[in-house]
Ligand binder design. Structure first.
Ligand code: FE2
Length: 608
């Protein structure tokens, strides 16, 4: 039985194919259209999923959509009426898309499926889809469920329990009160892009002091012991304007929002620290509450806020739960997967028997490319490459390149589903190198120098380098933990703000954030195959089981999907080497890229 799940029309459109309960394929539309966070109907992702399943749309038994558009429309209308006549402009801005597409979803979907699908469409609730994406693929037979995001139809957070093949959500928080939107309001106010710059705010937080924390708790929200809260909407504008915050908010934080791309000041840095601290508090209280309500020992999480890996790390360490599992595509893309799994388990009542690991297959659910395709392409652009017959030779070469401070673009096998690159579409480098953070930020990614990098570490060595349990799993890079004390270096405690950036804080400085934390991906042979073997060889050569893993893209660009994308990104940046499956390209051997081609490439991607 083939079930297709779709999410679309908000941000991060995606499609997923589930066959007899097994996840066959899943991908975000942005990777194909090369438009970051593409919200349009995921025509390309749908096509890919059908191809990956070797089926036609006529072979689909069910098609599920990740929210209920009519309920969402109702929220829009009610919000408008509540604020009228304010908000008329915002209302008018949103209407065309609703009238053209969102209210006619079945015919939109018919079109995308070439009118070959003859069944009905299932519309799950938005938070049901998130909850399904968190629980059903998890390794747990029973778990508490917590979903936190910006907003779905009305719900902005939900909690409940999953057991066997069923989920049950029994509490919700409703729009406009929303942790996701609260965080986004601060993302906007500090000059970053909403629904995309939230990571930057989280990355900036450790540079600051949370001096506005009490102000936020005092004025902006009324936070309850159970983690629920109400926002004082006189400070926020998102109900009636296309901006997040209003004049009262500005008065509270000493002036207008920071202009995007302008200098970051002490204020933004301390605001970042403050809202991050409040967010962690809300996440922790919510986790404790759902634990008390359900008595479950395991927790699963999804929704955009579950990408706040600092908060996740605190839940794991400080809440009463023994274990947590987070959907890697925790944002709206994951709703496509959740909707499909919801149909298979919840609606069709198929049995679910978790056996050991999770069902997410390393989240390596996207397209891969065969050697003929790659050869043809590389020849067509006159690239100079070497093709390796033996994997061990390739691994040897790559490990040597990294150990000698070269930056390697690594594309292999299937693309990741979810916002994190997990080794198959990654740029990798030596975590021991003091210069790597600035080299990668400024010369490869063309992004802000404060952005931290994340480590990939052999799972068997995770506890030696990081404050985690021996062999503890974090394969999806969704947990933050401290670098072990004996790997830290003493630093001058007087540095403030972005000056902290210059300090060498550990034996793996490139991945150690200013508060000695790191966003960890554990790598194991079963899930990660060759990527694991590369790091293992690197360790044999250097004694260090940790490398830098950052997504294979430049600032503002969706992560690369095809060999073509990877090659273009490689040629336009200062990357030293490129691996595409069994092929290796060295930059110094390539015909030089022309300046205007590089400029044109960089100009294609909007600043994020
Ligand atoms: Fe969502």
């Amino acid at each position: 039985m083939n079930i297709l799940g779709i999410s679309a029309f908000y941000h991060d459109s995606a499609a997923a194919l589930v066959r007899d309960g097994e996840i066959i394929a899943a991908a975000q539309e942005e990777r194909f259209t090369r438009k970051k966070h593409d919200y349009r109907f995921p025509t390309h992702a749908v096509r890919y999923c059908l191809q990956a399943g070797r089926i036609d749309a006529s072979d689909l038994d069910h098609v599920a959509f990740y929210d209920k558009p009519l309920l969402k429309f109702e929220r829009l209308i009610e919000t408008y009426i509540a604020h009228a006549p304010r908000g008329f402009k915002l209302f008018l801005m949103g209407m065309p898309l609703w009238l053209r597409q969102k209210l006619h979803l079945p015919s939109e979907m018919d079109k995308a499926l070439d009118h070959k699908y003859k069944g009905r469409y299932v519309f799950t609730e938005h938070h049901e889809a998130h909850a399904a994406s968190a629980f059903f693929p998890s390794p747990f037979d029973e778990a508490a469920i917590l979903t936190l995001d910006g907003v779905g139809e009305w719900a902005t957070a939900s909690l409940g329990r999953g057991q066997g093949n069923k989920i049950e959500l029994d509490r919700e928080m409703h729009f406009p009160h929303s942790l996701g939107l609260l965080y986004s309001a601060f993302t906007y106010f500090t000059g970053f892009r909403v629904n995309s710059g939230e990571y930057k705010l989280m990355g900036l937080a450790p540079y600051g002091d949370p001096i506005y924390r009490e102000l936020i708790l005092d004025k902006l929200i009324d936070l309850k012991e159970d983690g629920s809260f109400r926002m004082d909407m006189s400070y926020f504008a998102y109900c009636h304007k296309a901006v997040m915050t209003g004049p009262a908010f500005e008065a509270l934080f000493g002036g207008p929002p920071r202009k995007p791309e302008s200098q970051l000041t002490r204020r933004e840095i301390d605001i970042a620290a403050s809202i991050q601290s409040v967010t962690e508090e809300i996440m922790l209280r919510s986790a404790r509450h759902v634990h008390a309500r359900t008595g479950c020992r395991k927790l699963v999480l999804a929704g955009g806020v579950a990408l706040n890996c600092v908060g996740n790390g605190r839940i794991l360490r400080e809440s009463p739960f023994d274990d947590i599992w987070i959907q890697p595509a925790a944002g709206d893309a994951g709703g496509a997967l959740g909707a499909a799994l919801f149909v298979w388990y919840q609606l069709l009542d198929n049995p679910r028997r978790p056996a050991g690991g999770d069902m997410q297959r390393g989240s390596l659910l996207g397209p891969s490319f065969d050697a003929d395709h790659t050869t043809q392409f590389l020849d067509s652009v006159h690239a100079r490459y070497r093709r390796f017959d033996r994997e061990s030779d390739l691994i040897e070469t790559v490990a040597d390149l990294i150990a000698s401070e070269h930056v390697v673009g690594h594309m292999a096998g299937r693309m990741e589903f979810g916002p994190r690159a997990l080794g198959n579409r990654s740029i990798i480098g030596d975590a021991r190198s003091p210069k790597m953070q600035s080299v990668m930020n400024l010369k490869i990614k063309f992004r802000e120098s404060f952005r931290p990098f994340a480590p990939s570490v052999l799972r068997e060595d995770v506890a030696e380098y990081f404050q985690m349990r021996p062999n503890e799993d974090s394969p999806y890079m969704l947990l933050v933990a401290g670098v072990q004390n004996d790997k830290r270096k003493s630093i001058d405690g007087r540095s403030r703000g972005l000056d902290k950036l210059k300090q060498i804080r550990s034996v793996v400085p490139a991945i150690t954030h200013v508060d000695f934390s790191a966003r960890i991906q554990t790598v194991d042979e079963q899930r990660h195959g060759r990527y694991y073997r590369i790091i293992k060889r690197f360790k044999e050569k250097t004694g260090c089981p940790v490398i830098i893993n950052t997504s294979f893209n430049i600032r503002g660009e969706p992560i690369v999907c095809t060999p073509e994308d990877a090659y273009r990104c490689f040629m336009a940046t200062n990357m030293d080497a490129l691996v595409i499956d069994d092929f290796l390209l060295l930059k110094k051997e390539q015909p030089e890229a022309k300046e205007h081609e590089i400029d044109a490439y960089l100009a294609r991607f909007q600043l994020d």
